[in-house]
Design a protein around this ligand. Structure first.
Ligand SMILES: [Zn+2]
Ligand SMILES: [Zn+2]
Length: 271
């Protein structure tokens, strides 16, 4: 296969409520298209948190673990299948739970995908819902930096996601970006160029805009200067995304910025 990407550590399942396809279809599609590594990293099912349409109910955890472990056996020797979650960092609230997924439940790794903060009564709120965008960005960065320093995460998904709701690239955005990059550097934690928005953009408009929300070029220029390792995440929400994502676009994005690109990470983490 001549394609640039033959792996992804970031892929979802129907359980989150906004992705399609059976677990088997993801594996079949990945294998048929030359993938060597398929990491299932659905939005973490969290005890006590209901977030319909965003993450699966906690009752789905057992089925998820069993299904991915079954596929791991089925594809042994053919393609590496990994069991993971995309997690939010909610400080002490779920840190022991995350720890136990790695140490007791056979999870290969966790990735940090921060979309929300946890408000009262375990209610997750999107940062973009806050009226004060500077406050929202400050909270977002504080949470990511703390998550990185927890040592629980293999990498940070879409660190530039704040572009969705903090569109200005001003001094504050730059200093906040530098805080994320510094934490990644200090802990040797890779950052992910995420293919989600570019894929939506090209599918809905038939062409790529110069700057989708993320990955945002100027953010990644700062990453390039730092030497932090960079990985690409397909963030598949349908089996077809493993095939029809903008490969040429991401190859030139990564190469033209002279990022410290890596295509393999060391897993399992935490065991
Ligand atoms: Zn995400
Ligand atoms: Zn995701």
């Amino acid at each position: 296969m001549s394609r640039f990407i033959d792996y992804t550590y970031h892929s979802h399942t129907f359980r989150c409520g906004h992705a399609k396809g059976t677990d088997e279809e993801y594996a079949e599609t990945a294998y048929a298209n030359g993938y060597k590594i398929l990491g299932y990293s659905d939005h973490a099912m969290l005890p006590g948190v209901r977030q319909v349409g965003m993450r699966g109910d906690f009752s789905l955890l057992e089925g998820y673990v069993e299904s991915v472990k079954g596929l791991q056996k089925e594809y042994a020797g053919k393609m590496q299948i990994l069991l993971a979650f995309e997690c939010e960092w909610y400080y002490d609230r779920f840190s022991q739970y995350y720890e136990s997924l790695l140490s007791k439940r056979g999870f290969d790794y966790l990735i940090l995908g921060q979309h929300c903060f946890l408000a009262e009564k375990d209610q997750p709120i999107f940062y973009g819902r806050l009226a004060d965008e500077r406050l929202a960005l400050n909270m977002y960065v504080n949470d990511i930096v703390a998550g990185i320093h927890s040592g629980l995460f293999l990498y940070v998904c879409h660190p530039d996601l704040f572009r969705e709701w903090y569109p200005a690239w001003d001094d504050f955005a730059i200093s906040c970006s530098r805080r994320i990059i510094r934490a990644a550097k200090e802990t040797d934690t890779p950052l992910e160029v995420n293919l989600g928005p570019v894929r939506w953009e090209s599918a809905s408009k038939g062409r790529l805009e110069e700057h989708p929300f993320y990955p945002y070029g100027p953010f990644w220029d700062l990453v390039a200067d730092s030497g932090v390792r960079v990985i690409v995440g397909v963030d598949a929400h349908a089996p077809s995304h493993l095939v029809d994502s903008p490969w040429d676009w991401v190859e030139s994005f990564v190469k033209s910025r002279r990022l410290n690109y890596v295509n393999r990470l060391s897993v399992p983490k935490g065991r």
